[in-house]
Design a protein around this ligand. Sequence first.
Ligand code: GUN
Length: 293
Amino acid sequence: MNLINGKEVAAKLKQDIAAETASWVASGGKRPYLVAVLVGEDGASQTYVGHKEKACREVGFDSRVVRLDAGISESELLEVIEGLNRDAEVDGFIVQLPLPKHISEQRVIEAISPEKDVDGFHPENTGRMITGLDAYIPATPDGILELLKYYQIETSGKHCVVIGRSNIVGRPIANLLSMKGYPGDCTVTLCHSRTANLKEVVRTGDIVIAALGVAEFVTADMIKEGAVVIDVGITRVKSDTSKNGFKLLGDVKFDEVAPKCSYITPVPGGVGPMTIVSLMKNTLKAARRRSAK
Ligand code: GUN
Protein backbone atom coordinates (compact mmCIF):
# COMPACT_ATOMS: atom_id res chain seq x y z
CA MET A 1 0.00 0.00 0.00
CA ASN A 2 1.28 3.46 -0.96
CA LEU A 3 0.10 6.45 1.02
CA ILE A 4 -0.66 9.49 -1.12
CA ASN A 5 0.88 12.40 0.75
CA GLY A 6 -1.21 15.40 -0.25
CA LYS A 7 0.48 17.65 2.26
CA GLU A 8 3.91 17.01 0.74
CA VAL A 9 2.71 17.30 -2.87
CA ALA A 10 0.83 20.52 -2.05
CA ALA A 11 3.95 22.03 -0.45
CA LYS A 12 6.00 21.24 -3.59
CA LEU A 13 3.38 22.61 -5.99
CA LYS A 14 3.01 25.74 -3.86
CA GLN A 15 6.75 26.33 -4.21
CA ASP A 16 6.36 26.09 -8.00
CA ILE A 17 3.51 28.62 -7.93
CA ALA A 18 5.55 30.94 -5.68
CA ALA A 19 8.46 30.77 -8.16
CA GLU A 20 6.15 31.39 -11.14
CA THR A 21 4.54 34.32 -9.33
CA ALA A 22 7.91 35.84 -8.45
CA SER A 23 9.09 35.73 -12.08
CA TRP A 24 5.72 37.01 -13.33
CA VAL A 25 5.87 39.99 -10.97
CA ALA A 26 9.60 40.58 -11.71
CA SER A 27 8.77 40.82 -15.41
CA GLY A 28 6.18 43.55 -14.70
CA GLY A 29 3.08 41.39 -14.23
CA LYS A 30 0.43 42.41 -11.73
CA ARG A 31 0.68 40.64 -8.38
CA PRO A 32 -2.32 38.26 -8.22
CA TYR A 33 -5.05 39.40 -5.83
CA LEU A 34 -7.62 36.98 -4.38
CA VAL A 35 -10.61 38.02 -2.29
CA ALA A 36 -12.61 35.57 -0.15
CA VAL A 37 -16.12 36.49 0.95
CA LEU A 38 -17.12 34.87 4.25
CA VAL A 39 -20.72 35.14 5.41
CA GLY A 40 -21.43 34.31 9.06
CA GLU A 41 -19.40 32.49 11.69
CA ASP A 42 -19.35 28.84 10.52
CA GLY A 43 -16.30 27.27 12.21
CA ALA A 44 -15.19 25.07 9.32
CA SER A 45 -15.58 27.91 6.79
CA GLN A 46 -13.49 30.23 8.96
CA THR A 47 -10.76 27.61 9.14
CA TYR A 48 -10.78 27.04 5.36
CA VAL A 49 -10.69 30.75 4.59
CA GLY A 50 -7.80 31.13 7.06
CA HIS A 51 -5.89 28.41 5.15
CA LYS A 52 -6.56 30.19 1.86
CA GLU A 53 -5.22 33.52 3.23
CA LYS A 54 -2.10 31.79 4.54
CA ALA A 55 -1.49 30.09 1.18
CA CYS A 56 -1.81 33.46 -0.60
CA ARG A 57 0.91 34.89 1.62
CA GLU A 58 3.13 31.85 0.98
CA VAL A 59 2.94 32.09 -2.81
CA GLY A 60 3.23 35.89 -2.90
CA PHE A 61 -0.36 36.91 -3.71
CA ASP A 62 -2.27 39.80 -2.21
CA SER A 63 -5.47 38.73 -0.49
CA ARG A 64 -8.34 40.05 1.58
CA VAL A 65 -11.26 38.51 3.42
CA VAL A 66 -14.60 40.31 3.25
CA ARG A 67 -16.44 39.28 6.43
CA LEU A 68 -20.20 39.73 6.35
CA ASP A 69 -22.85 39.24 8.99
CA ALA A 70 -24.91 36.01 8.79
CA GLY A 71 -28.02 38.18 8.62
CA ILE A 72 -27.01 39.97 5.40
CA SER A 73 -29.77 39.88 2.79
CA GLU A 74 -29.29 38.17 -0.54
CA SER A 75 -29.55 41.46 -2.43
CA GLU A 76 -26.89 43.06 -0.19
CA LEU A 77 -24.58 40.12 -0.85
CA LEU A 78 -25.23 40.39 -4.60
CA GLU A 79 -24.20 44.07 -4.38
CA VAL A 80 -20.91 43.09 -2.70
CA ILE A 81 -20.34 40.62 -5.55
CA GLU A 82 -21.09 43.27 -8.17
CA GLY A 83 -18.51 45.51 -6.48
CA LEU A 84 -15.87 42.77 -6.68
CA ASN A 85 -16.77 42.07 -10.33
CA ARG A 86 -16.10 45.75 -11.12
CA ASP A 87 -12.99 46.19 -8.91
CA ALA A 88 -10.05 46.31 -11.35
CA GLU A 89 -7.58 45.39 -8.58
CA VAL A 90 -9.28 42.05 -7.87
CA ASP A 91 -8.20 39.18 -10.16
CA GLY A 92 -10.38 36.50 -8.64
CA PHE A 93 -12.75 35.96 -5.74
CA ILE A 94 -14.66 33.22 -4.02
CA VAL A 95 -17.76 33.20 -1.85
CA GLN A 96 -17.18 30.55 0.78
CA LEU A 97 -19.97 27.96 0.90
CA PRO A 98 -22.24 26.98 2.57
CA LEU A 99 -24.24 30.20 2.80
CA PRO A 100 -27.03 30.90 5.33
CA LYS A 101 -30.31 29.22 4.36
CA HIS A 102 -32.08 32.45 3.31
CA ILE A 103 -29.54 33.06 0.50
CA SER A 104 -29.66 31.17 -2.80
CA GLU A 105 -26.21 29.72 -3.48
CA GLN A 106 -27.10 29.31 -7.13
CA ARG A 107 -28.02 33.00 -7.56
CA VAL A 108 -24.78 33.97 -5.83
CA ILE A 109 -22.65 31.68 -8.01
CA GLU A 110 -24.30 32.99 -11.17
CA ALA A 111 -23.66 36.60 -10.09
CA ILE A 112 -19.88 36.08 -10.05
CA SER A 113 -18.19 37.21 -13.25
CA PRO A 114 -16.98 34.00 -14.98
CA GLU A 115 -13.55 35.62 -15.56
CA LYS A 116 -13.11 36.09 -11.80
CA ASP A 117 -14.73 32.79 -10.78
CA VAL A 118 -11.57 31.07 -9.53
CA ASP A 119 -13.71 28.44 -7.75
CA GLY A 120 -14.90 27.35 -11.21
CA PHE A 121 -18.51 27.09 -9.98
CA HIS A 122 -20.20 29.40 -12.53
CA PRO A 123 -22.20 27.45 -15.15
CA GLU A 124 -20.14 29.10 -17.89
CA ASN A 125 -16.97 27.57 -16.43
CA THR A 126 -18.72 24.23 -15.87
CA GLY A 127 -19.89 24.23 -19.50
CA ARG A 128 -16.45 25.16 -20.79
CA MET A 129 -14.84 22.47 -18.65
CA ILE A 130 -17.06 19.61 -19.78
CA THR A 131 -16.64 20.55 -23.42
CA GLY A 132 -12.86 20.57 -22.98
CA LEU A 133 -12.40 24.35 -23.39
CA ASP A 134 -10.02 26.42 -21.28
CA ALA A 135 -11.78 26.99 -17.93
CA TYR A 136 -11.22 27.34 -14.21
CA ILE A 137 -11.41 23.78 -12.88
CA PRO A 138 -12.96 23.53 -9.39
CA ALA A 139 -10.35 23.05 -6.66
CA THR A 140 -11.19 19.58 -5.37
CA PRO A 141 -11.42 17.78 -8.73
CA ASP A 142 -8.28 19.58 -9.91
CA GLY A 143 -6.47 18.56 -6.70
CA ILE A 144 -7.40 14.92 -7.34
CA LEU A 145 -6.05 15.09 -10.92
CA GLU A 146 -2.81 16.64 -9.62
CA LEU A 147 -2.37 13.77 -7.15
CA LEU A 148 -2.97 11.13 -9.85
CA LYS A 149 -0.37 12.87 -12.05
CA TYR A 150 2.17 13.29 -9.27
CA TYR A 151 2.09 9.58 -8.41
CA GLN A 152 1.85 8.66 -12.11
CA ILE A 153 -1.21 6.53 -11.44
CA GLU A 154 -2.46 4.86 -14.62
CA THR A 155 -5.99 5.96 -15.54
CA SER A 156 -6.40 4.86 -19.18
CA GLY A 157 -9.07 2.16 -19.53
CA LYS A 158 -9.55 1.96 -15.75
CA HIS A 159 -12.98 1.74 -14.23
CA CYS A 160 -13.42 4.74 -11.96
CA VAL A 161 -16.30 4.68 -9.51
CA VAL A 162 -17.26 8.07 -8.08
CA ILE A 163 -19.56 8.06 -5.03
CA GLY A 164 -21.48 11.33 -4.69
CA ARG A 165 -22.96 13.58 -7.39
CA SER A 166 -22.33 17.09 -5.99
CA ASN A 167 -21.70 19.97 -8.39
CA ILE A 168 -18.47 20.75 -6.51
CA VAL A 169 -16.81 17.31 -6.58
CA GLY A 170 -18.61 14.20 -7.86
CA ARG A 171 -20.04 15.50 -11.11
CA PRO A 172 -16.94 17.43 -12.26
CA ILE A 173 -14.41 14.70 -11.35
CA ALA A 174 -16.56 12.09 -13.12
CA ASN A 175 -16.48 14.29 -16.22
CA LEU A 176 -12.78 15.09 -16.04
CA LEU A 177 -11.73 11.46 -15.65
CA SER A 178 -13.71 10.56 -18.77
CA MET A 179 -11.84 13.17 -20.88
CA LYS A 180 -9.48 12.18 -23.64
CA GLY A 181 -5.83 11.91 -22.54
CA TYR A 182 -4.03 11.59 -19.22
CA PRO A 183 -5.20 11.76 -16.43
CA GLY A 184 -8.46 10.67 -18.06
CA ASP A 185 -9.59 7.97 -20.47
CA CYS A 186 -11.38 6.24 -17.59
CA THR A 187 -14.67 4.43 -17.85
CA VAL A 188 -16.65 6.24 -15.20
CA THR A 189 -19.60 5.22 -13.04
CA LEU A 190 -21.20 7.97 -10.98
CA CYS A 191 -22.96 6.53 -7.92
CA HIS A 192 -25.39 8.30 -5.60
CA SER A 193 -28.00 7.70 -2.92
CA ARG A 194 -30.35 5.95 -5.37
CA THR A 195 -27.75 3.64 -6.92
CA ALA A 196 -28.86 0.00 -6.79
CA ASN A 197 -26.37 -2.55 -5.45
CA LEU A 198 -23.91 0.19 -4.50
CA LYS A 199 -21.48 -2.13 -2.72
CA GLU A 200 -21.22 -4.42 -5.74
CA VAL A 201 -20.70 -1.49 -8.10
CA VAL A 202 -18.00 0.11 -5.93
CA ARG A 203 -16.25 -3.28 -5.72
CA THR A 204 -15.71 -3.18 -9.49
CA GLY A 205 -13.77 0.10 -9.25
CA ASP A 206 -10.07 0.23 -10.11
CA ILE A 207 -10.17 3.82 -8.87
CA VAL A 208 -12.74 4.74 -6.21
CA ILE A 209 -13.45 8.37 -5.37
CA ALA A 210 -15.48 8.77 -2.19
CA ALA A 211 -17.19 12.17 -2.16
CA LEU A 212 -20.54 11.64 -0.48
CA GLY A 213 -19.87 13.32 2.86
CA VAL A 214 -20.76 10.39 5.12
CA ALA A 215 -18.02 9.58 7.61
CA GLU A 216 -16.39 6.13 7.16
CA PHE A 217 -19.02 4.98 4.65
CA VAL A 218 -16.61 2.98 2.48
CA THR A 219 -15.62 -0.27 4.16
CA ALA A 220 -13.09 -2.97 3.20
CA ASP A 221 -15.74 -5.29 1.73
CA MET A 222 -16.54 -2.59 -0.90
CA ILE A 223 -13.00 -2.35 -2.24
CA LYS A 224 -11.28 -4.55 -4.79
CA GLU A 225 -7.76 -5.74 -3.98
CA GLY A 226 -5.23 -3.29 -5.48
CA ALA A 227 -7.68 -0.41 -6.00
CA VAL A 228 -6.72 3.27 -5.83
CA VAL A 229 -8.88 5.01 -3.21
CA ILE A 230 -9.28 8.79 -3.10
CA ASP A 231 -11.11 10.07 -0.02
CA VAL A 232 -12.69 13.51 -0.38
CA GLY A 233 -14.73 13.40 2.85
CA ILE A 234 -14.06 15.73 5.74
CA THR A 235 -16.59 15.35 8.54
CA ARG A 236 -15.80 17.15 11.78
CA VAL A 237 -16.68 15.03 14.81
CA LYS A 238 -16.25 15.81 18.51
CA SER A 239 -13.14 14.29 20.07
CA ASP A 240 -11.92 14.35 23.67
CA THR A 241 -8.39 13.50 22.65
CA SER A 242 -7.66 16.40 20.28
CA LYS A 243 -6.58 19.91 21.34
CA ASN A 244 -9.36 21.82 19.58
CA GLY A 245 -12.11 19.37 20.62
CA PHE A 246 -12.81 17.82 17.22
CA LYS A 247 -11.23 15.52 14.68
CA LEU A 248 -11.69 15.01 10.93
CA LEU A 249 -13.04 11.78 9.48
CA GLY A 250 -12.98 10.81 5.81
CA ASP A 251 -15.66 8.96 3.83
CA VAL A 252 -13.44 5.86 3.94
CA LYS A 253 -12.79 3.58 6.93
CA PHE A 254 -9.09 4.05 6.47
CA ASP A 255 -7.64 1.40 8.82
CA GLU A 256 -9.50 -1.51 7.24
CA VAL A 257 -9.49 -0.25 3.62
CA ALA A 258 -5.82 0.83 3.37
CA PRO A 259 -4.27 -2.69 3.43
CA LYS A 260 -6.25 -3.63 0.28
CA CYS A 261 -5.24 -0.57 -1.77
CA SER A 262 -2.39 0.10 -4.17
CA TYR A 263 -2.74 3.81 -3.30
CA ILE A 264 -4.88 5.64 -0.77
CA THR A 265 -5.27 9.23 0.45
CA PRO A 266 -5.45 9.84 4.21
CA VAL A 267 -7.78 12.35 5.93
CA PRO A 268 -6.46 14.81 6.87
CA GLY A 269 -3.40 15.30 4.63
CA GLY A 270 -4.73 13.83 1.37
CA VAL A 271 -6.98 15.76 -1.00
CA GLY A 272 -7.61 18.67 1.41
CA PRO A 273 -4.24 20.46 1.10
CA MET A 274 -4.35 20.07 -2.69
CA THR A 275 -7.53 22.10 -3.05
CA ILE A 276 -5.76 25.23 -1.84
CA VAL A 277 -3.02 24.77 -4.45
CA SER A 278 -5.64 24.54 -7.20
CA LEU A 279 -7.23 27.78 -6.01
CA MET A 280 -3.81 29.45 -6.15
CA LYS A 281 -3.27 28.05 -9.67
CA ASN A 282 -6.60 29.50 -10.80
CA THR A 283 -5.84 32.88 -9.23
CA LEU A 284 -2.46 33.14 -11.00
CA LYS A 285 -4.21 32.16 -14.23
CA ALA A 286 -6.83 34.89 -13.62
CA ALA A 287 -4.15 37.55 -13.13
CA ARG A 288 -2.34 36.46 -16.29
CA ARG A 289 -5.53 36.34 -18.35
CA ARG A 290 -6.58 39.82 -17.26
CA SER A 291 -3.18 41.26 -18.18
CA ALA A 292 -3.41 39.64 -21.62
CA LYS A 293 -6.60 41.59 -22.37
N1 GUN B 1 -16.91 25.12 0.67
C1 GUN B 1 -16.34 23.90 0.63
N2 GUN B 1 -15.47 23.82 -0.40
C2 GUN B 1 -15.50 25.02 -1.02
C3 GUN B 1 -14.82 25.54 -2.15
O1 GUN B 1 -14.01 24.90 -2.81
N3 GUN B 1 -15.13 26.83 -2.46
C4 GUN B 1 -16.02 27.57 -1.77
N4 GUN B 1 -16.27 28.79 -2.18
N5 GUN B 1 -16.68 27.10 -0.73
C5 GUN B 1 -16.41 25.83 -0.35
